[in-house]
Design a protein around this ligand. Structure first.
Ligand SMILES: [Zn+2]
Length: 254
């Protein structure tokens, strides 16, 4: 019974943090403070009260519209809150209140806003990637993996840095943003070298496949820029949880 209550509680804790991350996703790229002013509707400026701000429920209850002016609210709010709520409760169900649960939740909570900000604005704020990388390094101290964490961050960062310079030399344009390099450092600091390189590899495969599909569907042209961060983040989270299994599975094929 206690486990059920705690699982529900973890869902709301995650959803509430997701609610805060939504503010970060909305305000950070505009250079606005994430603390003041209090939450308000961007269209009618009406200040939101407690009832408008209950994670997941307010959105569903108000059917994704502002209570005061009827303006549509981005589905992203619901997605981020639900996703993080599920991450919190599923991790708790599988791993209880362990160091691994805490580390995983910190990892995901840094990556989630970077995912949406890069997707929409093609930008990865240093204020997220640098504290994220530092968290990875500090958390590794508690596991006695400091060197592994530093190596992971540096190796993944340097590979992306090399690709960045090669693209500048051969294509005379930035193949990826400088933010991707710092994001690579963040991922490596949590994943270590082996999983970090796997994440990079999977990120390029995924990014390539999606780019091909977008070009075929004519949503994007060949020269258009597609942010690389979201692919790195998906493959990073995948490698973090299932990378070892994927590698083991791969070797059973031969
Ligand atoms: Zn409104």
């Amino acid at each position: 019974m206690i486990k059920v209550i705690l699982t529900i509680w973890m869902f709301f804790l995650g959803a509430s943090i997701g609610s805060f991350l939504n503010v970060v996703i909305y305000r950070l790229p505009k250079g606005e403070s994430i603390i003041t002013p209090p939450s308000h509707c961007p269209k009618c400026n009406h200040r939101l009260v407690l009832w408008d701000l209950i994670p997941v429920f307010s959105y569903v209850f108000l059917r994704g519209r502002c209570r005061y002016c009827g303006e549509r609210i981005s589905i992203r709010y619901l997605l981020v809150e639900t996703f993080l709520g599920l991450c919190f409760s599923i991790l708790f169900l599988n791993f209880d209140f362990t160091f691994f649960t805490l580390k995983s939740l910190i990892f995901i909570s840094f990556l989630l806003p970077i995912f949406f900000i890069d997707l929409e604005h093609m930008l990865i704020p240093d204020i997220l990637s640098i504290p994220g990388a530092l968290s990875g390094i500090i958390l590794s101290l508690f596991e006695g993996r400091l060197i592994e964490s530093l190596k992971g961050g540096i190796v993944v960062g340097i590979i992306l840095l090399l690709i960045y310079f090669l693209a500048l030399i051969f294509y005379k344009q930035e193949g990826m943003g400088q933010g991707d390099i710092k994001l690579g450092f963040l991922l490596g600091s949590f994943l270590g070298i082996k999983m970090g390189i796997l994440a990079l590899f999977l990120g390029f495969i995924l990014g390539g496949l999606v780019s091909i599909v977008l070009v075929i569907l004519k949503t994007k042209r060949l020269k258009e820029y597609i942010p690389f961060g979201p692919f790195l983040i998906i493959s990073g989270i995948f490698s973090y949880f299932w990378g070892e299994e994927l590698i083991r599975f791969y070797f059973t094929l031969f």
